[in-house]
Ligand binder design. Structure first.
Ligand SMILES: Cc1cc2nc3c(=O)[nH]c(=O)nc-3n(C[C@H](O)[C@H](O)[C@H](O)COP(=O)(O)OP(=O)(O)OC[C@H]3O[C@@H](n4cnc5c(N)ncnc54)[C@H](O)[C@@H]3O)c2cc1C
Length: 461
């Protein structure tokens, strides 16, 4: 006789919840997953996947232009937003179907409903009022975009949730934010032909990234015709006929067709009943967990964006998998969050693994920095004024590569593979003895010989 209706109740059918549910079922657990919107979660439905499709769409403009230098004449290209969105929606629906099918194949029961926690072992399905008891509850509810800071007329703006379903293509768009989502959408709309202003209160884009990369992206975006409004905020938004006016902190007024606010995301913990289960949230509303994703209530675990550790899909998936192995597979597994390769799908693209120069200097003291900036081969005939930037940061004492930063074509693809080497603890000597692949841009990563900056910190006292 089972004491609980299910062994595992997963709240949220996104990247983390789907993986956790599938793996736990594979370990023999009776699993139920509740999803209030669409299975697949943010990444599949309104995040990484549709975004990347839009990024692909946005890069054709450059391709059409560049083709001329290679002998092609391309008739004037025209872009149709409705076709792109329709095709994107078809693909997302296909992927959602696959996610559902995979869960069902694994024996997981899917409930299309919002679920809230009643106590440490009970979940209530909001639509039907049904109560389900569970040996373990996994909270994998993700996060949502916020329209912050709150300003007069702020609700005239849209977030990344709505941007994928805009009815009309904006000829003029104001993107607010300096993080990767803002940067990516600014690149997308510029490529698709909008007149883009990217406004950020800081003095550079992509806080936390290497300073050279931040500078290089700012220059590249300005060259691409994106108007950067840095060190400024928006004071108010007003409707003006079919347009929106944005009054900026420097007193200037900008008229646009759309305002995309990408200033932050918050965990989906409001009204979830966590307090009833004895849990306290942190300052941003995230659920505190230990290295095994367990909360202070032993039967409740949390994974993915709702824990606000590293808000990326592969991390959410890894956390979900580790949870299932720990609790149902008899294999306690912690996720190492210390080295996470990541990409920004700006155009040009950015790939990063490991430490920035500033952080490396702070943590390791004596480092060597290798960097190069060059015109990629393709741009010799295209004539495009675009450069590729690469940087290696090496610990002088151990020769270990601490950080790799790439900006240019296919940087995301490159960094995935460099990430293997860096995760394995590769040294600069390992990079040096790797034979180059020629002619590629990536070969520069193994052919940089002379440290760009050699600084020895001065001993104090
Ligand atoms: C525009 C955008 C672009 C992104 N691009 C990338 C990228 O390129 N690479 C990358 O790695 N990451 C990217 N991310 C981040 C990535 O999407 C998230 O890190 C990832 O989806 C987190 O997975 P999760 O399972 O924690 O949450 P989610 O995927 O958000 O899943 C949570 C699910 O829970 C459901 N839910 C919430 N509350 C309840 C409830 N009470 N009951 C039932 N269901 C509920 C939600 O509907 C949702 O489906 C992007 C995010 C955005 C917004």
């Amino acid at each position: 006789m089972n004491r609980f209706d299910v062994d595992l109740f997963v709240i949220g059918g996104g990247s983390a919840g789907v993986r956790a549910g599938r793996i736990a079922a594979g370990h023999g657990a009776r699993v139920m997953v509740a999803e209030e919107y669409r299975v697949g979660g943010t990444c599949v439905i309104r995040g990484c996947v549709p975004k990347k499709l839009l990024v692909y769409a946005s890069r054709f403009r450059d391709e059409f232009e560049d083709a001329a230098g290679f002998g092609w004449s391309v008739p004037e290209a025209r872009f149709d937003w409705a076709t792109l969105i329709r095709n994107k929606d078809t693909e997302i629906a296909r992927l959602e179907g696959i996610y559902r099918a995979n869960l069902e194949k694994a024996g997981v029961e899917i409930v299309d409903a919002r679920a809230v926690i009643e106590d440490a072992h009970t979940v209530r399905l909001v639509k039907s009022g049904t109560r389900v008891s569970a040996g373990t509850i996994l909270v994998a509810v993700g996060a949502h975009p916020t329209l912050e800071p709150v300003i007069p007329g702020g609700d005239l703006g849209i977030t990344s949730n709505e941007v994928f379903h805009m009815e009309h293509f904006p000829e003029r768009i104001l993107v607010i934010g300096g993080g990767y989502i803002a940067v990516e959408f600014a690149g997308v709309f510029a490529g698709l032909g909008s007149n883009v202003t990217l406004l950020h209160r800081g003095d550079k884009l992509l806080r936390g990234f290497d300073e050279d990369v931040r500078d290089a992206l700012g220059e590249a975006y300005a060259k691409h015709g994106i108007s950067l409004a840095l060190g400024r905020t928006v004071e108010r938004l007003d409707r003006k006929g079919g347009a929106i006016t944005a009054t900026l902190s420097d007193g200037s007024v900008l008229e646009v067709d759309q305002v995309l606010v990408a200033t932050g995301r918050r965990p989906n913990t409001a009204g979830l009943g966590l307090e009833a289960a004895g849990l306290t949230l942190d300052a941003v509303g995230a659920i505190p967990v230990d290295g095994f994703s367990q909360t202070l209530t032993p039967s409740i675990y949390a994974v993915g964006d709702v824990t606000n550790r590293a808000n990326l899909t592969p991390v959410a998936i890894r956390e979900g998998h580790a949870f299932a192995d720990t609790v149902f597979g008899g294999k306690p597994t912690m996720v190492d969050h210390s080295l996470i390769p990541t990409a920004v799908f700006s155009t040009p693209e950015i790939g990063v693994v490991g430490l920035s120069e500033t952080t490396a200097r702070r943590l390791h003291g004596e480092i060597d920095v290798y960097k190069t900036s060059f015109r990629p081969m393709k741009e010799t005939l295209s004539g495009r004024d675009e450069r590729t930037f690469m940087k290696l940061i090496v610990d002088r004492a151990s020769d270990k590569v601490l950080g790799v930063h790439v900006m240019g074509h296919d940087a995301g693809e490159m960094i995935q593979l460099v990430g293997v080497a860096v995760t394995m603890g590769a040294t600069k000597a390992d990079f040096d003895r790797t034979i180059a692949v020629h002619p590629t841009a990536a070969e520069e990563l193994v052919t940089m010989r002379t440290p760009f900056v050699v600084k020895t910190p001065v001993a104090v006292g």
